[in-house]
Design a protein. Structure first.
Length: 221
């Protein structure tokens, strides 16, 4: 399949009502064709080995679905995690929505803590919003690792909402296995917005006991 044929296919299966709904959620200036996530995942599976469909032909930066397919196909066509991480370091800065970064882990091979940590240190302080968010999103699968608490000193005040929310999300997940470490981090945290968002995520989760939730709520005072 040629790139133009892919665009034609996306337009054929689009849903204008879903496009309007999706646009309101993306927090982005992306245009939206209106193709649901399960269909996009099926398209990645369908065309991952299609040599005629070259990612170098993709015109990125305008349509959400095109960008998501560009990143997903690029990742699934790479045969090891180091190549995938190298691709992300070069390209994820061009993403324009959380819906891109938060989908990419599904297309990546297993990543060790050491590989994640190297990626995190090279991107968490990037000037690009979604490169920073990617650093935190990749940490979500590392929460069981003992060394994941090594990143806590690097989680600092962030003006950009999409990055700050990924920090809160990651902290709330790390606390599942390292509750005391996250508690102490939040106790000393002077970023009140990040503190409140993290505690809210913990309290909204069914994975925490009522006792733990009450303990974290005390930090709001």
């Amino acid at each position: 399949m040629k790139y133009k044929e892919l665009v034609d296919e996306l337009n054929r299966i689009s849903d204008s009502k879903f496009a309007d709904f999706s646009k309101s959620l993306l927090n982005s200036d992306y245009k939206v064709i209106g193709v649901k996530s399960p269909v996009l995942r099926d398209l990645v599976k369908k065309y991952k080995n299609d040599e005629e469909l070259k990612t170098s032909d993709f015109k990125i930066g305008e349509y959400f679905e095109i960008d998501l397919l560009y990143f997903a196909l690029s990742l699934v066509r790479l045969n090891d995690i180091d190549k995938q991480l190298s691709f992300l370091k070069k390209n994820i800065k061009y993403a324009k929505s959380w819906a891109i970064t938060d989908s990419m882990s599904a297309y990546m091979k297993k990543i060790s803590f050491e590989q994640f940590y190297e990626f995190f240190l090279s991107t968490y302080n990037s000037k690009y919003t979604y490169e920073r968010r990617m650093a935190y999103v990749l940490g979500l699968k590392q929460y069981r690792e003992n060394r994941i608490t090594d990143i806590l000193p690097f989680i600092v005040h962030n003006e950009e909402y999409m990055v700050m929310m990924s920090e809160a999300w990651l902290l709330s997940v790390i606390a599942l296995k390292h509750e005391d470490a996250v508690y102490e981090y939040l106790k000393e945290c002077d970023d009140l917005v990040l503190k409140r968002k993290t505690i809210s995520k913990i309290c909204d989760s069914f994975r925490y006991s009522n006792e733990s939730k009450e303990k974290f709520k005390e930090l709001r005072k």
